[in-house]
Write a protein that binds this ligand. Structure first.
Ligand code: ARG
Length: 587
């Protein structure tokens, strides 16, 4: 079924066409002045301009033609030629009743569905995840859920960082610390040990040490560089050791992503692109797109219209090693082979925009992306109170699991303050605190437009008042408990009647879900969902304050209000679900 807004746009388009005007100008939108009207049409102004006529007269002609449609209660012309619309109750009621039995909440599945890949998370070997990975994970997860809900075929990939020069740093440093391990003996014929010679904790200490040493000492840099090249060349001992690095890192990562409630369809890494690199490079050379430059092989991607310099993408360094751009390009080859996507979203820090510009241009020039549109979905930083990217008090990076634990204990403190769940079993209280802490983090992140930087402030994020995750969870729980009570009292749900203003406002919020989700997907912007679920919760709160529900004596009215409540709960659950936020059964 077309959404309410689509239906209104169709009616308005008919009216424009009947007046001999462009039907597309009839687009209807939600009013930005809900005190004046519910919907508006702005296209009469453009139509008048095109026809060199008085906009007010054009609007009046359209308004006259619109009267034929039976759904409008009021059609008014405002300002120079805006058309303001207020609906009759009946079309709202019909739609709301249809929604009651609709598991998709009035959102038609995309036709045709697209094959969409979401590349997000992107943690690196030997490093535990820090707050910088939080945004990619939360945002990428919301986007994969959204596109999936809209009916697209979605494949998400964690795209682990496992193949860059850092790997050589690690191998070289382990070689220095444990020179006698078989991984370093070229004569060793295997098999190599099953257990890793280093733990994740070791790696975390060794890695920064190795990087610093390489920076300070050219000889050590050379060792590391050599190790990278040999690893990428397939030296068996190095490959075996590197596999241990990946394994021990993954154990930690699985715990972190598990705690965050984020899952991937594919758990691949940069090195999975390796098999495609040689033939890709040969093809790029053959096509004349890859050229020698100072001993390296590069793909020039600068374009005449560039305002700033876009350097060439380096495919192969003079020592034979491949870089981040090479693996990203070859990963596209692999993805086209297995999934032939229509769209690939890279949910990565905006500071990597230059990198993606290079990769996308090289992909476009060479045609390796097939039919896929490649898109960098960038995001800003999470800052500390000083406005700079967040650091711990000691100046280090805060790890994700530490942050999650902090959010949870902050949430627990808030629950205590509000005496929420005072008499619940301790286990349930802990589970509520966990859900509330995560909701606080996720909603705070997602409610900012992704390119906006924001300040990490757990005390604010965990508040039960204002635009926060916990407020929305609480709102949902309140509706749940109302409906549970109704069920307990045998109060039945019934057909919806839209009469009072608070009912209308709630009805309109419920009916706008299809547009909200479409806009969020189009802009790759879950903050649009955050705004709407908040508006919905507020509309419910007003409705709940202004009207009796369970205590309403008129059974039909009570049934209608319970239906509105049930619809609202479904919509909040759907939207919070898309944001990756769980709702406790009670609070
Ligand atoms: N591992 C990278 C980092 O930590 C992010 C990977 C993003 N995805 C990609 N296809 N480049 O910066």
């Amino acid at each position: 079924m077309p959404s309410l807004l689509e239906e209104l746009s169709r009616l308005s388009g008919d009216a424009f066409a009947a007046c001999g005007l462009d039907r597309a100008l009839g687009e209807v939108r939600r009013s930005d002045r809900p005190d004046l009207c519910e919907y508006q049409i702005n296209g009469a102004l453009a139509a008048a301009k095109a026809e060199k006529k008085n906009p007010h007269d054009v609007a009046a002609r359209v308004a006259e033609a619109l009267k034929a449609a039976p759904v409008f209660d009021k059609i008014e012309i405002a300002g120079p030629g805006f058309i303001n619309l207020t609906l009759k109750a009946e079309p709202l009621e019909v739609r709301l009743d249809a929604l009651r039995g609709d598991a998709r909440l009035g959102v038609d599945p995309a036709r045709p569905p697209l094959s969409v890949m979401v590349d997000f998370g992107g943690p690196n070997v030997a490093k535990t995840m820090h707050v910088g990975h939080l945004r990619s994970s939360i945002l990428g997860d919301a986007l994969q859920k959204l596109f999936r809900f809209l009916g697209h075929r979605v494949v998400s990939d964690i795209h682990m960082g496992v193949w860059g020069p850092q790997m050589g740093h690690l191998i070289a440093v382990v070689n220095r610390v444990y020179p006698d391990l078989p991984y370093f003996d070229p004569a060793f014929k295997g098999p190599y040990p099953d257990t890793s010679p280093v733990t994740m904790d070791d790696l975390e200490v060794l890695y920064p040490r190795a990087s610093a040493a390489c920076k300070a000492d050219p000889a050590r840099m050379e060792e590391a560089r050599q190790a990278t090249a040999e690893l990428q060349d397939g030296r068996p001992g190095y490959v075996a050791l590197w596999k241990h690095f990946i394994k021990v890192t993954e154990v930690g990562l699985k715990r972190e992503f598990g705690a965050l409630g984020v899952a991937f369809d594919e758990w691949k890494g940069e090195s999975d692109a390796h098999p495609f690199i040689a033939s890709m490079v040969a093809n790029l050379k053959k096509a004349g797109l890859a050229v020698e430059s100072e001993g390296a092989l590069v793909v020039p991607v600068a374009e005449e219209t560039d305002k700033k310099e876009i350097p060439p993408l380096i495919l192969i360094k003079s020592d034979g090693a491949v870089l981040y751009g090479t693996t990203d390009l070859a990963t596209i080859v692999g993805r086209v082979k297995t999934h032939d996507p229509d769209l690939v979203l890279y949910v990565v820090d905006q500071r990597q925009n230059g990198h993606f510009e290079q990769v996308f241009r090289a992909a476009r020039k060479s045609g390796i992306a097939g039919k896929a549109a490649l898109e960098h979905v960038g995001f800003g930083t999470i800052n500390g109170p000083d406005g700079k990217p967040f650091k711990t008090r000691e100046g280090g990076v805060m790890k994700l699991h530490e942050l999650i634990a902090m959010a949870e204990s902050e949430a627990a403190a808030r629950l205590d303050e509000h005496e929420i769940g005072k008499d619940y079993p301790p286990e349930e209280r802990r589970e509520i605190a966990r859900k509330v802490g995560l909701a606080a983090l996720k909603y705070a992140d997602l409610s900012n437009f992704r390119l906006t930087n924001y300040v990490l402030d757990l005390a604010r994020f965990t508040r039960f008042e204002g635009k926060t995750g916990p407020y929305l969870q609480y709102a949902a729980v309140r509706v749940k408990s109302l409906l549970r009570r109704a069920e307990g009292e045998g109060a039945a749900l019934g057909p919806v009647q839209v009469t009072a203003p608070a009912e209308r406002a709630l009805a309109l919020e419920n009916l706008s879900l299809p547009e909200v989700l479409a806009t969020a997907a189009e802009k790759r912007a879950p903050n649009v969902i955050c705004d709407h679920v908040f508006a919905l919760a507020q509309a419910f709160s007003r409705f709940y304050t202004e009207h009796h529900i369970l205590s309403e004596a008129d059974a039909a009215l009570r049934g209608s209000r319970l239906s509105l409540a049930a619809l609202t709960l479904k919509a909040i659950e759907c939207e919070l679900g898309l944001l990756g936020i769980e709702i406790p059964d009670r609070m």
